[in-house]
Write a protein that binds this ligand. Structure first.
Ligand code: SAH
Ligand code: ZN
Ligand code: ZN
Ligand code: ZN
Ligand code: ZN
Length: 436
């Protein structure tokens, strides 16, 4: 059997992470699959086990129990309470500033007792409070948070790029480290760039006010703070004083591209509704940071996007570090609806401008005369296959059985449905050559 996402559905039941998403489970031999609701945010049932068949009758008692459960599974402090706690915290002398590493929480002296047998950090400096992404441990559990933080080099690059492009406001969706870098830049004099962080990681509410952080689920466009939080986001998107807005997002790389796309379209619509003249046929500028093998999926939803060659590097991801240091090259790229030629990539890292393609490309990305494009996706030089009529990875060869280029080692099995990762027919997700 296979499971496919149908998307957000009106009237969907809620779990602690907001409205559940509708999926369909198909089993072999059966034409129609059975539909069910499951948590939008957690793909690991250990993190949230919400499940309900679409046609299931749910009793009043179970509904009441569910509501109670959802209430009990909200964070112990509200955002407002956390903001007040922070105000008190910064008034404390250094010697009284503690951070509990087990609870991932700033502690006020009255609370010390409860955390005595926990590991904690002392003498929390203002600098530490200004870089919460360094203080908090990254939530790396792959299926839910997948918190991979930008390496400084990539984060600096992104911020400089945004500034050079003339943006003064950044809607940071799942990019806490970029948000943090903008905040610290903004606190330096004469600098007017602002960021609003939308993220599901509520730990950040300890460090930011309601105008700087919204607890948000990007898989179902759910604002945990309700209408008030939604309004803060709407206000932020309204381009006062010609301060141009861009959205930057770096979501977990699960398979839920359609859920993300649906939320991002809603954020784009929010921007559009701020009724600025000239928005008419425009889209909110956006950087969607995602692996290159999702290119076709992203373009399905956002045909105006193109993929940039820039390799985004991470601090805490063993595989996705800077290629030049001898590690594996990162597969993560920037997808954007801005004109590609405007995205200037650093020449000192080997990127060059292709005058035919009118965009910056990796040093190894050769312009193919037959495709009339710089075709490499992974930075290595690709080769043209006459039979496939396109360029393919250097390690691939043309298989006459499958009638396409693929890895030398593969089983010539055909599947009708496209691969969940790259969308191409001929293999399943588990055998996707992009992932190898
Ligand atoms: N590279 C970025 C972090 C990306 S990791 C940076 O350095 O700033 C993915 C981020 O998305 C994490 O911050 C994680 O907390 C957040 N996230 C994960 N699931 C989410 C969801 N359902 N809704 C909103 N944010 C989510
Ligand atoms: Zn504790
Ligand atoms: Zn080219
Ligand atoms: Zn070619
Ligand atoms: Zn071929």
């Amino acid at each position: 059997g296979a499971i496919a996402l149908l998307g957000p559905a009106p009237g969907a039941p809620s779990c602690p992470h907001g409205p559940a998403l509708l999926f369909v489970k198909t089993s072999q031999g059966k034409e129609e699959g059975r539909r069910f609701y499951a948590c939008s945010a957690c793909r690991d049932r250990k993190d949230c086990n919400f499940f309900q068949w679409e046609d299931e009758k749910v009793s009043e008692t179970r509904l009441a129990a569910r509501e109670e459960y959802n209430r009990n599974h909200q964070p112990s402090f509200t955002h407002r309470q956390n903001v007040d706690r922070y105000k008190n915290f910064v008034l404390l002398p250094l010697s009284k500033r503690r951070f509990c590493q087990e609870c991932q929480q700033l502690l006020l002296p009255a609370e010390w007792e409860k955390h005595l047998d926990h590991q904690f950090l002392c003498d929390i400096t203002t600098a530490q409070l200004k870089s919460p992404s360094q203080l908090l441990y990254p939530l790396e559990n792959k299926k839910t948070n997948a918190q991979y933080l930008f390496a400084d080099r990539s984060c600096q690059f992104l911020l400089n790029l945004l500034i050079n492009l003339g943006f003064r406001r950044v809607l940071s969706v799942g990019t806490p480290r970029l948000h943090e870098m903008i905040q610290s830049k903004a606190s330096q004099e004469e600098f007017s760039i602002r960021s609003l962080l939308l993220d599901i990681d509520f730990r950040y509410s300890q460090f930011y006010t309601e105008d700087e952080f919204c607890h948000y689920n990007m898989f179902n466009h759910h604002f945990f703070g309700g209408e008030a939080a939604r309004e803060i986001c709407r206000k932020f998107l309204y381009e006062e004083n010609d301060e141009r807005v861009i959205m930057v997002t770096d979501p977990p790389f699960g398979g839920l591209v359609e859920a993300l796309a649906s939320s991002f379209k809603k954020l784009m619509a929010m921007w559009k509704e701020t009724e600025k003249e000239g928005h008419d046929n425009k889209e909110m500028p956006m950087f969607w940071i995602f692996p290159y093998f999702f290119e076709s999926r992203i373009l399905d939803f956002f045909p105006s996007f193109s993929m940039m060659d820039y390799q985004v590097d991470y601090d805490n991801h063993a595989l996705y570090k800077h290629g030049k240091t001898g590690r594996r090259q990162s597969p993560v790229r920037i997808f954007t609806n801005l004109t590609p030629s405007m995205i200037v990539l650093p020449e000192e890292e080997g990127y060059r401008f292709c005058t035919v393609c009118q965009r910056y490309v990796s040093s190894g990305n050769q312009h193919c005369e037959i495709c009339n494009a710089c075709t490499s996706k992974d930075g290595r030089r690709w080769k043209h296959c006459i039979l496939c009529k396109k360029c393919v990875k250097p390690s691939w060869f043309h298989c006459n059985n499958c009638n396409c280029c693929t890895l030398e080692k593969h089983s010539c099995e055909k599947t009708d449905v496209g691969c969940f990762v790259c969308g191409k027919a001929g293999h399943k997700r588990s055998a996707c050559p992009s992932l190898s």
